[in-house]
Structure formats: C-alpha cells, structure tokens
Design a protein around this ligand. Structure first.
Ligand code: FES
Ligand code: FES
Length: 187
C-alpha cells in the first residue's frame, strides 16, 4: 500500500488513485487524507458501506481488501492503490442475487434497522472462506468486532451458522450427479 507521511496529509494536493471496486477499475484524483470509506460513498456513490464511529470501533464500514476484511474508515483511499476492494454491493446487489451470508441474514432475521449489516456481511463472508464449518463459539467470536445496537446478536450468530450451511451446500455437487458418479465407479 502507498506510504504516506504527515506532510502529505496536511496539503490539499490531489493524488491519482486507481482501484478495482467490485470488479470495475476506477481512477480518481483525491486528497491524501480522503478516507477509503468516504471515497466509496461520496466519490463512487457506493453507499452500502456505512460509517458509524469513524475510528475503527463499530465495524459498520468493513469492506474486503484483496479478500480480507478491513475498516474502510481506517484506510486512506490512496492506500488502496492497485488493490481489489469488494463492498457489500459486490457480494450481492439485489434480492435475486444475494450471496449465502445475505440469504442467511434474510432467513434468520439477522438484522433490524440494518445500519450495521453491511459490515457484518463482509466480515462473515471473509470468515467463512477461512472456516467453512464453524462452531457456535467460533461464529460468536467472528462477529465480536462488529457492533449491533438492535438485535442482541442471537440471530446474527444463527445467520453465521446458516450461511455456512448454505455455502457448503453450494459447494456440494447435486445428489443425482453424486449417485451417477458412484454408479459408474462401481461398474
Ligand atoms: S465507521 Fe469504521 S469502524 Fe466504525
Ligand atoms: S440491526 Fe440495527 S444496529 Fe444492527
């Protein structure tokens, strides 16, 4: 990521930044101190990334940077130079195209006001890549860095476990295909 020094941050000088966001390449000129969260929301109009505390505590602004969850309020846009960013819109941008975590939140009522939800969705999506079959304790720990003021977390933990089931079932070949390949192996 681009190195910054304090002097860079004190000027209004504009810097070129090129980032891939949800598969599309974007080039812009931004001040060094433009936060990645503000760049996504204001420059690219991707308002699915929410901003709560703006100092790294609540997790609402979490996006994936090269597949890893990062708090976009703690990164400058120019530090994302040449990296791949995925926001919640990139995981599924309509009811017909939701990823497994979004579907699980819908099924398990994992949200109420929804303000915290994009940060949970991105965090859990990355977590399940590393741990596709978590225990309830691991699911709780995975969401422990994200704050939700509405739900009491029970349905969010259920959503993590349900999302893991959905992801595993997507990865499994259909039953008919499995039976067919077992039959041909036994011949
Ligand atoms: S807005 Fe970034 S962690 Fe709260
Ligand atoms: S659903 Fe309202 S803050 Fe989490």
């Amino acid at each position: 990521m681009t190195d910054l020094n304090a002097a860079d941050l004190l000027t209004d000088e504009l810097h070129d930044v090129t980032v891939t966001v949800n598969g599309a390449v974007h080039t812009a000129r931004v001040p060094a101190r433009r936060l990645l969260s503000d760049f996504l929301r204001h420059d690219l109009r991707l308002t699915g990334t929410h901003v709560g505390c703006e100092h790294g505590v609540c997790g609402a602004c979490t996006v994936l940077v090269d597949g890893r969850p990062m708090r976009s309020c703690l990164m400058f846009a120019i530090q994302a130079q040449r990296h791949e960013i995925t926001t919640v819109e990139g995981l599924g941008d309509s009811p017909e195209r939701m990823n497994h975590v979004q579907r699980a939140f819908t099924e398990c009522h994992g949200l109420q006001c929804g303000f915290c939800t994009p940060g949970f969705i991105t965090t859990i999506t990355a977590f399940l890549e590393d741990n596709p079959d978590p225990t309830e304790g691991e699911a709780r720990e995975a969401v422990s860095g994200n704050l939700c003021r509405c739900t009491g977390y029970q349905n969010i933990v259920k959503s993590v476990l349900r999302a893991a089931e959905l992801k595993r079932s997507e990865a499994e070949p259909p039953a008919a295909e499995t039976a067919q390949s077992e039959e041909s192996e036994s011949r």
